[in-house]
Ligand binder design. Structure first.
Ligand code: C2G
Length: 705
């Protein structure tokens, strides 16, 4: 057999490395050398790389003294490779098992063969490794070189050395173009395989650890133009290369420049360099573009900047209109951006929303009720999914209705405890108070490696949405530190405690508790247990609709506690499943739809929860908290990960079964005694800022009243 050198440049991609290198090790084609080229990675990543080298004698490691970019790393790989063939694999991608076997068996006497690539969105998307009969479907250079990537091509090492083919080391992006141009200049045919021989992953954290192609667009434009002009000159006499480069310019203009030029300042910054590059474009290639691209490239080539701006304005306008009429939401977003956002800003209008319009609760509710009580002259808008009875004179607007988009665009203030849709761009003058919805136990956003939730672009979207926040409320120092890092939040943190917890420190809380018990029909001679669990990231029907299986044995609890207690069942607002209380209706009350959980804390003598942030708030009452953590290992180690050590720092016991819960409740006094020290420490760390005046301090700071 002939050895293949798989060259893998690595820069801080340790979270993807295992999948990538393992997929090379597991190739059914065994005569391999796996060349890991460390491009100046961090210590942690270097350790991972060395650990892999121990796993398989075919792995060799080479290091660049400091980061020099993918091009330089691949060039070092070429120099060090000893195989008859070369194959480049990115360290965040991976291969089906038969890739190299399929490629080499179909290579014949060619110097290069290319396979099909599949783009994967999720971290753990299951790929189909099914081996379909592989066959060569084309020999033309045009089909072999449709993109600007060297990936997924098996190349003769002799051919590369003989012609001195190398990657550009002058730019981060598009360094492949130099290598590919060299290949095209020398080949007259190149087989393409019908089989998928490469899985390309879309990175889920383009903010803190972007893949090469997620770097900001300006860098991509300057890098592309540099390489394009260099190669157009170097390969002036090679028609195939000229045609290939022109095609790539056309694609690059269509896919990247048109969107980039939505920001009109960028046209001024980059017009000259683009226009100079366009001088050498072949008119025939330009005519392949659609009517807009064709006229815009001609304006570029003829150095007509004003004409290009006019053409792009029409192009963007028509694209938006076309999008606008492709669906109801798109039309409403078009109206939001192009009509309502150009209307005068209503300086005294505030929009409130809690848990995506699901209920009237949390800090937004406290802020609203405080402002109403002070007769402040604001117009209040509450966003709900369903209308409900609320105090004060707020206008209730249905989420995602036409009026929703109108008020979101014209209200000066947004007060929300969760996320506002990405497509609602923040307009000049808007002030957005993000109250958030809990002290974090579960790892958040940029502190999370893998994202199990349904949306693979979760981190990118979260980053874009959180750039709009002007204020973020934090209930304690612990939260402030986490929010700064996990949200990459750089604006003003309001460190006053949670407005939603003022009720728990209110002098009237006893009277309020009696009112609530009466409203709920709970008899005075019964004590109250509140069970408030959280959701599980990986147990969902679809985004936002999560499953929940009640593990508490309500019959057994009723039998043992029914004379003295009732239990309130309160599911997380993401839970779609209905909780069945048949047979225990006089003992168990499903209050999952009850608006404000703070009112349930007030009437509860004991809280049972798991990994929900509810216990940080409930602790303000200094009442017993039990942690029913039947799936702790799974939740902590695979799903989310926690900020605190559940075994050491909690103000109550971890319980695995209904029996253990019953035993703790029957002996609640000794539980209180055993956990008094932990509880006191926890209270100081988490509740010390809560004074009952958080709402007032927030309103004074944000609304200058
Ligand atoms: N909540 C509730 N009922 C539950 C669970 C939660 O009303 N059974 C409300 C509480 O106000 C809680 C908030 O939703 O503080 C957040 O719920 P978590 O269970 O902590 O889960 P999550 O929505 O992932 O928020 O920083 C907080 C994190 O973002 C956690």
């Amino acid at each position: 057999m002939s050895k293949i050198s798989v060259i893998i440049p690595i820069y801080n991609t340790e979270e993807f490395l295992d999948a990538s290198i393992t997929s090379a090790i597991n190739q059914t084609y065994r005569d391999l050398e796996i060349v890991l080229v460390d491009d100046g990675s961090s210590e942690t990543c270097q350790k991972s790389i060395d650990a892999f080298a121990e796993r398989d004698s075919r792995i060799v490691v080479h290091r660049l003294p400091k980061r020099k970019g993918t091009g330089a790393a691949r060039n070092l790989g070429i120099e060090k490779a000893t195989g008859k063939y070369l194959y480049f694999l990115d360290s965040d991608d991976y291969l089906p098992d038969h890739s190299l076997k399929s490629l080499i068996e179909n290579m014949g006497d060619s110097s290069l063969i290319s396979g099909q690539t599949m783009n994967l969105n999720k971290m753990n998307e299951t790929e189909n490794n099914v081996l379909i009969e592989s066959e060569v479907i084309s020999q033309t250079l045009e089909n072999a070189f449709k993109n600007m990537s060297v990936l997924n091509r098996l190349i003769s090492a002799d051919f590369v050395h003989k012609h001195g083919l190398r990657f550009s080391e002058a730019t981060d992006c598009y360094s492949d173009l130099q290598f590919l141009a060299g290949l095209i200049a020398l080949l007259d045919r190149s087989p393409v395989l019908n089989q998928c021989t490469y899985y390309k992953r879309t990175r889920n954290d383009p903010i803190s650890n972007p893949a090469l192609m997620q770097l900001d667009t300006e860098k991509k434009v300057t890098d592309f133009l540099y390489i394009f002009c260099l190669l157009k000159t170097e390969f002036k006499a090679k028609n195939d290369v000229q045609k290939y480069l022109d095609q790539q310019f056309l694609q690059f203009y269509r896919r990247t420049v048109v969107m980039f030029f939505q920001d009109r300042n960028q046209i001024d910054h980059h017009f000259d360099s683009l226009s100079n590059a366009a001088q050498s474009l072949n008119d025939e290639v330009i005519s392949n573009g659609n009517i807009f691209v064709k006229s815009e490239l001609l304006a570029l080539k003829n150095k007509k900047a004003m004409k290009l701006k006019r053409l792009l304005k029409t192009h963007h306008g028509l694209r938006e209109l076309k999008t606008a009429f492709s669906g109801r939401t798109k039309l409403l977003v078009f109206l939001y951006r192009r009509v309502f956002s150009n209307m005068p800003l209503k300086e005294k209008t505030i929009v409130f929303e809690s848990f995506l319009g699901k209920n009237y609760s949390d800090s937004p509710k406290n802020i609203y009720e405080y402002m109403v009580s002070k007769n402040l002259d604001y117009q209040y808008i509450w966003i709900f999914n369903e209308k409900r009875k609320i105090p004060g004179n707020a206008k209730q607007i249905k989420r995602f209705s036409l009026r929703y988009y109108y008020y979101m665009a014209t209200a000066k203030f947004w007060v929300s405890n969760s996320r506002i849709p990405l497509h609602l761009n923040k307009r000049e003058g808007n002030i957005y108070l993000q109250t958030w919805h809990g002290t974090p136990l579960k790892k958040l956003v940029f502190d999370m490696n893998e994202i199990h939730s349904a949306n693979p672009k979760y981190k990118l979207h979260f980053y874009q949405q959180s750039r709009r926040w002007d204020y973020l409320i934090s209930a304690n120092q612990y939260s402030s530190e986490i929010f700064r890092r996990a949200f990459k939040f750089e604006k003003e943190m309001l460190e006053f405690g949670y407005p939603r917890n003022d009720l728990l420190h209110s002098p009237q809380k006893e009277n309020k508790a009696n009112e609530i018990r009466k409203k709920l029909g709970i008899s005075d001679n019964k004590k109250v247990i509140l069970y408030a669990p959280t959701w599980r990231d990986d147990e969902f029907y679809k985004p936002g609709q999560y499953k929940f299986q009640l593990k508490l044995d309500l019959q057994k609890m009723k039998a043992q506690l029914g004379d003295d207690y009732v239990i309130l069942l309160r599911m997380h607002y993401f839970i779609a499943d209905h909780i069945d209380t048949a047979g225990v209706e006089d003992f168990a009350f499903n209050l999952s739809k009850y608006d404000d959980i703070a009112e349930l804390y007030l009437i509860s003598d004991i809280l049972i929860t798991d990994y929900s942030s509810v216990f940080f708030d409930y602790a303000n009452l200094r009442r017993p908290i039990l942690f029913f953590t039947y799936d702790l290992e799974k939740y902590r180690d695979t799903l989310r990960g926690f900020y605190i050590d559940m075994e050491k720092e909690l103000p109550g016991p971890l319980l695995k079964s209904t029996d253990e819960v019953l035993d703790a409740i029957e002996n609640i006094e000794s539980v209180n005694k055993n956990y008094k020290h932990s509880y006191d420490e926890f209270y100081d760390k988490i509740c010390s800022w809560e004074t009952g005046n958080a709402t007032e301090m927030v309103v004074k700071r944000v609304f200058n009243v």
